[in-house]
Design a protein around this ligand. Structure first.
Ligand code: UDP
Length: 369
């Protein structure tokens, strides 16, 4: 065998695994079917601006070990995610906080805001929320649900809020303070110089081949490595033999504009149902750019179909069940380690992917350097 590990996919899971394997003295080959490394965190410089080609990625974590780990490969700036919601031209602060409540209802104190939410929750008659709609109304009331959640969520997921799991909306904090920081995380920032540079630093000294499709060349690639770390879609690995897991995909329309400032913020969410895009990202604001031009991306969400890039696993009941079946099958593939958002069919944030890769590496090899 030429390699100890073949890592399929040069995204975060793959890059962390490869780094750790290399540092443990293993022979590693990383392949990716795309022409570049870094998976969906890939950034590309356009007009001096690092463009998040597969959507906005804002690194945030409470995990000390993960934070220290990523800081080995990049310096992180002080970017704080504070998206703005645009509902038919009305602008609201996100996540839901006192600025949002004040704009929505004119309330001034936290007590007034809490009373308003409670009144709307009571009127909706929800005691035990069982889906995203009920969860949202019980967290922030029906006005905010109607203006800032329903349209956005149904565009993003292509499913009625009543059919979506509650946990999706629980990703968003609700606060009775004037705090526009989207995340509750202790650490947050964007790697200076872009994510591609960070991943490239992780992969330093590791053999990487891009433009190589594992599933199309499986027998040949399996023959050169003892073990395979597979970070692609788990159902694709098994030729979809138990059925197709659903994903949401995203399409971007990116434009270079001959002006320094388009929307004054990195992310503006369009929360009404009629606007076809979910959000517009103005990339320069991730790094406080001073360039004379600006690059914006309109984000359109769609159901994944063969040939698209899968982005978000749809972790509803039906898909979760199907994934469990694939997971059972995967136990029979002794040579293969399945990891990452697609390999584990999990709505992982970046820090959770890194934590998961590091955990697996801890089980896999003892570090020698
Ligand atoms: N969401 C919403 N309105 C917004 C932003 C988010 O209703 O303006 C909901 C939506 O259901 C979304 C979920 O919150 O799927 C999680 O949003 P998050 O920003 O965490 O999604 P991601 O950044 O992963 O796309």
């Amino acid at each position: 065998m030429k390699y100890d590990y073949l890592v399929v996919g040069a995204g975060l899971y793959g890059a962390v695994f490869a780094r750790e394997a290399k540092d443990a003295g293993k022979k590693v080959l990383v392949i990716d079917r795309r022409p570049h490394i870094a998976g969906n965190v890939y950034t590309e410089e356009v007009e001096g601006i690092n463009v998040h080609k597969y959507g906005a990625h804002i690194f945030h974590t409470n995990n000390e070990k993960v934070w220290q780990y990523v800081n080995r490969f990049a310096r992180f700036n002080r970017f704080t995610n504070s998206p703005v919601a645009n509902y038919k031209g009305e602008l609201y602060s996100l996540p839901f906080n006192m600025y949002t409540f004040n704009k929505m209802w004119g309330v001034v104190t936290p007590e007034e805001a809490a009373a308003k939410i409670e009144e709307q929750r009571k009127a909706a008659g929800i005691t035990e929320p069982s889906n995203l709609e009920e969860q949202a109304i019980s967290l922030v009331g029906s006005d905010i649900y109607e203006k800032l959640i329903k349209g956005y969520t149904e565009k993003q997921w292509g499913r009625p809020c009543r059919e979506l799991p509650r946990f999706i909306i629980k990703r968003l904090p609700v606060r009775l303070t004037f705090d526009n920081n989207y995340f509750n995380a202790l650490y947050q920032g964007i790697p200076e110089g872009g994510y591609t540079q960070m991943v490239s630093n992780m992969l330093e000294g590791v053999e990487v081949r891009t433009g190589v499709d594992y599933l199309e060349n499986k027998a040949e690639l399996d023959a050169v490595s003892d073990r395979v770390v597979y970070t692609g879609a788990i159902d694709a690995y098994f030729g979809y033999k138990l059925g197709v897991l659903e994903y949401r995909s995203v399409r971007f329309e990116t434009e270079i504009l001959d002006k320094p400032n388009f929307q004054g913020n990195a992310a503006v969410n369009y929360t009404d149902a009629a606007t076809p895009w979910t959000r517009i990202i103005e990339h320069k604001w991730f790094e406080f750019g001073t360039q004379p031009k600006t690059v914006i991306s309109r984000e359109y969400s769609s159901e994944w179909k063969a040939g698209d890039d899968p982005y978000y696993p749809v972790n509803d009941e039906k898909n979760t069940k199907l994934y469990e079946e694939y997971k059972k099958l995967s136990a029979g593939e002794e040579k293969i380690i399945f990891g990452g958002r697609l390999g584990e069919y999990k709505y992982y944030d970046m820090d959770a992917v890194i934590a998961s890769a590091l955990k697996r590496c801890g089980e896999e090899f003892v570090k020698i350097s």
